[in-house]
Ligand binder design. Structure first.
Ligand code: NAP
Length: 369
């Protein structure tokens, strides 16, 4: 066995794990009440994401990363530490509404335990998934643009508990790197639904924004931009980069070259058949407050500390997070188009889960490429 993956029952981690399973023996640490329950949950998730995979390539151990030894029995921990060569740490508590303190176990303690594991018995390559949220307020501190060479400081994550906790998680791996652990850091932006069929996670920010816009009957006319990519592209870039011989010690932003403009997303949602007049961001927030009793509007308001970076009259916050060094190291992967057909699939997918009404014009969306 050579690879250990955390967070495989999640959105990005599931896709990453599925890709790795095509060619590697993968072991995943999964939370659960019983060993069988943890394993069944992961296998069902991977199958839902599109399987098939060779079942014998996957091993599941039940654990909890925020506990000492990742919550594993000592013998299992040692055996794994001796066999694993590479760790992909994708697990985290992704919550834009929570305080940093609340997120420490999932985003800082868990990372510290993963670092310990990476050093135990044999030195392993550690691929750590962070977030551009560590730069959320960098523009306010005078950074017109950040790239993969920019060193984040805590103040750059602004008042966002999630960004602060991801910064502290990065600190754990930076310390380990300074002491010789081969660490690579990846900072995705928004992780969007799958480019082929818009399989999405209910906690995805864009899905929530679109659902809230449908609830209030209007969309924010925001010039803000957000780096990001569909989940399959993000996972593919991480796997590709992690296999390059020069990955260790580097930081990558596995996003599309061009950041995504919030206003453009809603233009495409409109073009896909959803009639959402564009309104001033301040008026949109007022509309949300009037609809706060509805599920998506309530959720977006609860996450306002993070959403505020995307719904603004002028882009004051998150600076463009470019891929300065990435382009020189690994040939860029083709970027599936985020066009009208993509957003039509998104709307159809959200409607299928019953979150928004079916939109007539979407009853026959363009077939996936
Ligand atoms: N979503 C985004 O737009 C976005 C953007 C930038 C960066 N990221 C980063 O990308 C990574 C994946 O995000 P995601 O959206 O795919 O997250 P997600 O769907 O919420 O999945 C999180 C995963 O972490 C696992 N996990 C959390 N705490 C754990 C613990 N103590 N022990 C074991 N497993 C634990 C969860 O397991 P359970 O199934 O047991 O809960 C789940 O598998 C994270 O590092 C996140 O910070 C995400």
């Amino acid at each position: 066995m050579s690879v250990l993956v955390t967070g495989a029952t999640g959105f990005l981690g599931g896709h990453l794990c599925a890709l790795l399973l095509r060619s590697e023996q993968v072991c995943c640490v999964v939370r659960g009440r019983t060993d069988q329950g943890a394993e069944a949950r992961l296998r069902a998730h991977l199958t839902r994401l599109g399987g098939p995979f060779e079942p014998e390539r996957l091993t599941v151990v039940r654990g909890d990363l925020s506990r000492p030894r990742m919550g594993l029995p000592a013998a299992v921990y040692t055996r794994l530490a001796e066999r694993v060569e590479t760790v992909y740490h994708c697990a985290a508590t992704v919550n834009l509404a929570a305080s940093c303190e609340h997120l420490v176990p999932g985003n800082v303690t868990a990372t510290r335990e993963v670092v310990r594991f990476a050093r135990h018995r044999r030195t392993k390559a550690l691929h750590h998934v962070s977030s551009v949220a560590v730069f959320a307020a960098a523009r306010e501190l005078g950074c017109a643009e950040v790239d993969e060479a920019t060193e984040p400081i805590l103040a750059m994550s602004g008042g966002l508990g999630y960004g602060q906790s991801k910064f502290h998680g990065e600190e754990q791996v930076r310390l380990a790197a300074a002491e010789g652990l081969p660490v690579t850091v990846y900072r995705p932006g928004a992780i969007l639904g799958h480019s082929r069929d818009w399989q999405f996670s209910d906690t995805d920010l864009w899905t929530r924004l679109v659902r809230a816009a449908v609830e209030v009957g209007a969309a924010p006319d925001s010039p803000a931009t957000m780096p990001g990519a569909p989940v399959d592209h993000t996972a593919a870039m991480i796997v590709e980069l992690s296999r390059s011989s020069s990955a260790a010690g580097r930081v990558f932003h596995p996003n599309y070259l061009e950041p995504i403009r919030v206003g453009d997303v809603f233009d495409r949602v409109r073009a896909a058949g959803c009639d959402l007049p564009a309104v001033d961001p301040a008026d949109w927030k007022q509309a949300l407050l009037r609809h706060a009793h509805l599920p998506a509007s309530g959720l977006v308001l609860a996450c306002w500390a993070g959403i505020a970076y995307m719904v603004v009259p002028e882009p004051r916050y998150l600076p463009p997070c470019s891929r300065a060094r990435l382009t020189t190291s690994v040939a860029p992967l083709p970027e599936p188009a985020l066009d009208e057909a993509y957003f039509a699939r998104m709307l159809a997918g959200i409607a299928e889960r019953g979150h928004i009404p079916k939109i007539n014009q979407l009853s026959n969306p363009s077939s996936p490429p």
